[in-house]
Structure formats: structure tokens, C-alpha cells
Design a protein around this ligand. Sequence first.
Ligand code: CP
Ligand code: NVA
Length: 315
Amino acid sequence: MTDNPFHKLPHKDLISTARYTPDEIRAVFATAAELKARRDVHTGVLRNKRLAMIFEKDSLRTRFTFDIGIQDLGGSAVFMDHRDARIGSRENVCDVAKNLERWADIIVLRTFKHRVITEMAACCDIPVINGLSDFLHPCQALADFFTLTELWGDVRGKRVCFVGDGNNTCHSLMHVGSKLGAHVTVCTPEGYEPNSKVVNQAMKIGQHTGSEITILNDPDLATEGADAIYTDVWASMGQEDEIEERAAVFADYQVDEEMMENANDGAVFMHCLPAHRGAEVTAAVMDSPHSIVYDIAENRLHVQKAVMSMLSATR
Ligand code: CP
Ligand code: NVA
């Protein structure tokens, strides 16, 4: 008998949401909603399960929500800070995986190279969850669209506009948005567009779901008619030496009140956080009633609890 009442996802890992079907994403949202509504009920779902977290980069949200999430479900977490030595530098990634699976039941990784996560997952039989790589941030995009689903009911046909750098957060947003039939417009300075493979993937998915994917360089054009405007830092972790150069290139891409007014009435502001007030977003927009940034941060907890539960379920 299992204490885990949730349906199992037909995947071992969560590395990219591109591999999940729209129905699987909706099932994660349904589980997240149940866990959120009845936080005190599911305390034994992952009883005695151990979560191993290895992070090569800083984190507030991802670290806390996975740690608190597994504790909510009856398990515990062990955190290994790898900021000074990338995973694979002391012993190869596969050997790390083969050790971890003898002690732990789930692994969460935050890495520079995406390949470290795919390699770790290929080398062990326990679930591996991508807690952010240089390429993707799937847990973030699930929380983003779960939050929009709570707000709008259905995201199909809604316009989400990502303004800024075509980065990891943007890539996963395009994956999940296209799967759920939302229209995703990405607006970047020239040369900072999202990865063309991700764009093509999202456009192809969109042909089945009705999602339109648009890549633009003009913020006025991009944000007109948007139901949500999303931004992220201009220089991601690992790009610290480009901060000054990027600040100049991205200056016209700051989300301010004027940009929000160009969007639809009632358009919401989204950010994965951490935010740099006065850089990619003004303090006024961050603190406005249309900002849903802390709702999204809260939902990281519920969505990741759903993912951990469903990857570990037995039926
Ligand atoms: N959004 C997000 O992943 O935040 P952290 O970097 O603090 O984990
Ligand atoms: N794009 C950002 C996201 C942080 C959550 C980064 O990779 O630093």
C-alpha cells in the first residue's frame, strides 16, 4: 500500500517541460491545486523520502521551496553547495549519480551546463529534477502558468509577452505556454533572441495547440495587447562580467508603468525573481497591484510538491 494518492507521471525526470504533454502539465496543476488547498492533509505522501539538492549557483526560492516542500510531504532534504566546485570536478557526474541513488530518492540540480543534468539523469534510476540550468528553468515555468491558470481559469488564447533576455526562464516559458495554447511573444534586443531550437519547438507545438509564438525586437509592438508582461534579469548567473554591457543594450527594455499601460487593461506583471529594481523593472511596477511576482514565488512550492509526488507515485 502506498500513502501517495497521486497519479504517476510517465517520466522518470523533470529536465524539460518540452517532454511533457499538455495533459501531463494540467495533471501537475491539478495536483498542485489539491496540495495547495489542503496543505495539512498530504503530510505522509513522501514519508521517509530523501531529497538530495546540489546547487552550483545561488538560490532563495528554489532551495527553500524544495526543502520546505519535501518536509511538508513527510520527507527530508540534504543540500550540497557546489558554488566553488562544479559538479563533476571531483569525480565524474555519473559516479556522483550512482552514489546519490544509493542514499536518496530524488535529486534536484541547479547547474551551469544543462548537459550535467541530462547526464546525471541518464546515470541513475531515481528522479532528477532540473532546478535551473543555463538552458532551461522548467519548475519556474510550471509555477508561472499554474499562477496564470488560477487567475484566468484557462490560458488558451491569452497573450503573455516576455521582454528582456531570451534566456533559460524565457525558454521554459515558451515550452509551457505553447503546450497550453497561450500566445507567447518574446521581445529582446537584437542578438539576444531565444535559442532557435526552442523557438522552432514551441512553434511546432503551437500548430497543435493554437499557440502563436512571435519573436520581436520592438517593445511597443510586442507589449500591445498583452495580458501579461514578464521579465527576468538582463544578466543571468554566470554572466556577471557582462552586466555593464547588457545594462546599456537592454536599457529600452525596462518594464515600467508606460509599458504596462501599453498592454491590455488589467494586464499582470510577472518576474521569476530575483529582480533588480531600477534595471529590468521599476520599483513602481514590482509593487503595483498588477504584480503577481510573490504569488508565483508561493506557487513554486505547490507545483514542485506536485512534481515530486507525481514522479514518486507508484500508479
Ligand atoms: N526564481 C528562482 O529560481 O529563484 P532562485 O534563484 O532564488 O531559486
Ligand atoms: N535567468 C536567471 C534566472 C534566475 C532564477 C538566471 O539564470 O540567473
